[in-house]
Design a protein. Structure first.
Length: 387
């Protein structure tokens, strides 16, 4: 499940080398933004750094700077790296663990037997931890059946059952690999959707960075032409990741931008195209119709595309994220989920509710601002970190 390596400081900063300059290549209304090295780095003063909280967080989390003579690209011991990444995941899930598991442990503390009152209190903990009524009732129903068959006779066993059931729910829809890029599908088109404010554009930038470092030729398409500064934000992320961004002027038809992006990707033999889309409120019918139009235009250029439609959800919104998932799945057919901001909320239990009810795989989770904090989702690791 770990399909990229954490890079040291020297590896995370080359997205915009000192002395690089950003140029815009005109082509009618279509423009492409990319970074081109200056002719002589020695004679040019470095550009003023752009405020970048993501990179700052990444620098804070990396190991100390290497001592003189140390090889900065020496691979980190795999066991040590796994332990470090797991520790970071567990730390970032602190609020959710306190809201769900710690409350559950306090409920079981000192109890020797399982009675009706304990089961009712446990159901309340599950519901108020944003697992949702449907998921909570399913968990309680399964536990009650095991108690009836005398397969469950202590609060400790009940806790272990809850852990196993939650892991099972998360594993039931999660594939063995986050994303698969078959050789015959080039370019592989990923359409990213979600309401405004969920971290959609930032997630696209981090994903592009990771794919680029895996050796994929990546292109971004700025089809969110209505939100203020959405194009500019994606261009900045494109520069950081070192990938081109296809764009038109603000207010352009998103479908036209998607069409131009597919043209450019096919002509340049791009491996992966990530299309950013508008994110007005999910209750607006016109947004769903607009997204369907973008899908149709992409399909005209490549019948099998888009190959993935990833929905970005903000975990801090709790049950509202579940309603968004329902709406987008019914409206455009979501193939995968990305849950962001799990580090800043006690409502991380929503990931269980969404997995149980929507039956769509969770592809990635966001646990911080660093480039390495967009993680391929591993149900086993997540459950272990939570409990």
């Amino acid at each position: 499940m770990k399909w990229f390596k954490r890079k040291r400081k020297s590896d995370t900063e080359p997205h915009t080398e000192p002395g690089e300059e950003t140029v815009v290549l005109p082509e009618g209304d279509l423009t492409e933004t990319e970074s081109i090295p200056a002719k002589d780095h020695r004679t040019q003063a470095p550009e003023a750094p752009v405020a970048d909280h993501a990179e700052a967080d990444e620098r804070d989390d990396t190991d100390a700077s290497p001592v003189p003579g140390e090889l900065v690209d020496e691979p980190e011991d795999s066991h040590r790296k796994r332990n470090r990444l797991f520790k970071r995941l567990r730390e970032r899930l602190h609020k959710t663990r306190e809201n769900l598991v710690s409350r559950m442990d306090r409920l079981f503390l000192g109890k020797k037997t399982i009675d009706l009152e304990l089961m009712e209190d446990l159901e309340e903990v599950l519901i108020t931890s944003d697992l949702g009524v449907r998921t909570a009732q399913s968990l309680i129903r399964n536990a009650t059946e095991k108690i009836r068959r005398k397969e469950l006779n202590s609060p400790q066993k009940l806790r272990e059952l809850m852990q196993e059931e939650i892991r099972g729910i998360l594993s039931s829809t999660t594939p063995a690999t986050p994303l698969n890029f078959p050789a015959e599908e080039r370019p592989f088109v990923v359409m990213v959707v979600g309401v405004n404010g969920v971290g959609k554009t930032t997630t696209i930038g981090k994903l592009a960075h990771q794919l680029k470092h895996q050796g994929h030729k990546v292109m971004l398409v700025a089809a969110d032409t209505f939100r203020a500064a959405a194009i500019e934000q994606l261009v900045i992320w494109g520069e950081r990741a070192g990938v081109p961004v296809i764009q038109q002027k603000s207010g352009s038809d998103p479908s036209a931008v998607a069409f131009d992006g597919m043209d450019a990707a096919i002509s340049r033999n791009v491996d992966v195209v990530i299309v950013d889309t508008a994110g007005r409120m999910h209750t607006k019918v016109n947004l769903m119709e607009e997204l369907k139009k973008v899908q149709r235009v992409i399909s005209k250029k490549m019948p099998s595309a888009p190959h993935e439609v990833l929905l970005v959800l903000d975990a801090t919104t709790g049950q509202n994220a579940l309603s968004q998932a329902r709406m987008f799945k019914d409206g455009i057919g979501v193939t995968g989920l990305i849950l962001t901001k799990l580090d800043g909320t006690a409502k991380g239990g929503i990931i269980v509710a969404v997995s149980e009810e929507i039956k769509v795989p969770v592809r990635f989770i966001g646990i911080g601002e660093g480039l390495d904090d967009l993680r391929p989702f591993d149900p086993e690791e997540f459950t272990h970190a939570l409990f």
